[in-house]
Design a protein around this ligand. Structure first.
Ligand SMILES: Cc1cc2nc3c(=O)[nH]c(=O)nc-3n(C[C@H](O)[C@H](O)[C@H](O)COP(=O)(O)OP(=O)(O)OC[C@H]3O[C@@H](n4cnc5c(N)ncnc54)[C@H](O)[C@@H]3O)c2cc1C
Length: 471
């Protein structure tokens, strides 16, 4: 069966776009949390037409299809849970057009967000969605998870930045649809573009995107401060908000996590409290004044130590952002240390609560850490209430797995209790399906799941696109 699949795909696409070597395709079966699935072959379309041929073939042969970018979504979204074909966007990475006059960029799905921003910076522009994984995350992956990132409090998520999509359907024709517009304002009946954003590869293959772009701020001043208590840190956050300061970055890490991250990075900065990282866009003339104001706010809130930068370049030079960026790596190192080489599974949460409930949420998370006995790394995007508590457990310990999953759901329940949500930006994938149901049930809106399943059937009548995910 597998050899038939490879032979047929090779006939359709040519041998250079199909890989079936077991050693290679296994790499496409895994994701960083430790989940591993089954791949029959990996195909590398180079155009919309290639993608259309693959989806048409898959429809007629009833073969499962898994669109894949860099496989970093952490919720089991891109891994092939059931045997099927991975459609990798690795060879669709052209930036086809940059138009600063129209404020858009037209890109293929395999373009990495970092590379996009390197190109846009040459024009004085940026694409503001910057997940921690920005150096590898692809446009296709970010569109499909509805990604956010460190600038989320100011710029929102992918939903706010996708104007148009070229998508391929898993139907008898492998139909190609061009949805949305090149203009900033656009009404085309029901908003199918935003339906596909965040659909996690379950509705269509995204073959091209028209994204909105924005000018780079003239300057950004940065402050990194460490506070003795969470209350002090939150006081500083509230003061910044009250003064209507327009923050670009507002990031948080708890004391233990910041210390561990700094240790493992070998950073010169020595965290001595709960960490708050803030960046405020300013014009050059206002830089000193705004930075002074940030320092004053941090001091009044009893910050123990304060580091500043007059520009983003200086902040990068002084490595002010590195500790926060290494949240996931810190958990990985902690895991290696604690599990001493045993295979580990990692559970990274992605809850969001209204920012006014952050203090309550962090305290409750600390309680859960004590109750369940897993060492938790905790950080997140405090500006928009998005927290990423993360734990790991030995993959071969069934009892630990049971307790870890219990913790996972307790954390999500907590988010719902506080008026928040179980997933802010990583998506539902396989790991959060039950949690999505829990959240909708709590809102008395379980019927929404039926609607979602109906929509899935309309787009993908045979259920072959990324099966078993989301709904
Ligand atoms: C260290 C680390 C930090 C992170 N920080 C953040 C963060 O700050 N904010 C955030 O939002 N996320 C974060 N993430 C999660 C993740 O990196 C992002 O969601 C990212 O945008 C996923 O991109 P990807 O290319 O890896 O997508 P993948 O993981 O490959 O795919 C994600 C989903 O999209 C689907 N998909 C991919 N390409 C296509 C396509 N062309 N057509 C249809 N479906 C497709 C897949 O099937 C899957 O369901 C982080 C992850 C890590 C490991």
């Amino acid at each position: 069966m597998s050899s038939d699949v490879v032979r047929e795909l090779t006939q359709i696409l040519g041998p250079e776009k199909v890989v079936s070597d077991q050693h290679v395709i296994r790499l496409y079966a895994r994701e960083p949390s430790g989940l591993e699935g089954h791949v029959k072959a990996v195909v590398f379309p180079e155009s919309v037409e290639d993608a259309s041929k693959v989806l048409r073939w898959a429809y007629h042969k009833e073969v499962y299809i898994y669109p894949q970018g860099s496989t970093t979504d952490l919720v089991g979204g891109a891994y092939p849970e059931r045997p099927g074909i991975v459609v990798s966007t690795e060879r669709m990475k052209k930036i086809k057009e940059v138009s600063v006059v129209d404020s858009i960029v037209v890109v293929e799905p395999g373009v990495r967000l970092w590379d996009l921003n390197v190109e846009l910076a040459r024009h004085g522009y940026m694409f503001p969605i910057d997940p921690g994984s920005v150096k590898v995350a692809t446009v296709g992956g970010a569109v499909n998870t509805g990604a956010g990132g460190m600038r989320g409090a100011r710029y929102g998520t992918m939903r706010d930045w996708v104007l148009g999509l070229t998508v391929v359907l898993a139907d008898s024709e492998g139909s190609v649809l061009r949805l949305g517009c090149r203009t900033l304002k656009c009404r085309q009946g029901y908003d199918l573009v935003r339906l596909i954003v965040g659909s996690e590869g379950t509705l269509a293959f995204v073959a091209e995107a028209i994204l909105k772009i924005t000018p780079l701020p003239e300057n950004v001043v940065v402050l990194l401060a460490f506070f003795p208590t969470l209350e002090d840190l939150v006081e500083a956050v509230i003061e910044v908000k009250k003064r209507a300061m327009d923050t670009l970055l507002m990031e948080f890490m708890d004391e233990d996590s910041a210390r561990l991250a700094a240790e493992t990075l070998g950073a010169e900065i020595k965290p001595d409290g709960h960490m708050l990282l803030m960046g405020v866009p300013v014009n050059k003339e206002a830089s000193e004044r705004v930075l002074g104001e940030l320092v004053e706010i941090a001091r009044r809130a009893r910050a123990r130590s304060i580091y500043t930068a007059r520009s983003m370049a200086e902040a990068e030079d002084k490595k002010l952002l590195e500790i926060r960026r290494s949240l996931f790596a810190t958990q990985a190192i902690l895991t290696q240390r604690e599990l001493k080489g045993r295979r580990a599974m990692m559970l990274m949460e992605d809850i969001a609560v209204p920012p006014s409930k952050l203090l309550e949420a962090v305290k409750a998370l600390k309680e859960l850490e004590r109750e369940y006995g897993f060492k938790m790394v905790l950080g997140g995007h405090i500006g928009d209430g998005n927290l990423h508590p993360t734990i790991s457990y030995p993959a071969d310990d069934e009892e630990a797995k049971k307790r870890a999953l219990e913790w996972y759901y307790k954390v999500m329940e907590l988010a719902i209790d506080l008026g928040g949500t179980v997933s802010a930006e990583h998506g539902i994938g396989t790991l959060k399906k039950r949690a999505l149901e829990m959240e909708l049930r709590r809102h008395g809106s379980l019927k929404a799941l039926e609607l979602m399943r109906g929509i899935k059937k309309v787009f993908d009548p045979k259920g072959i696109l990324n099966p078993g995910k989301v709904v």
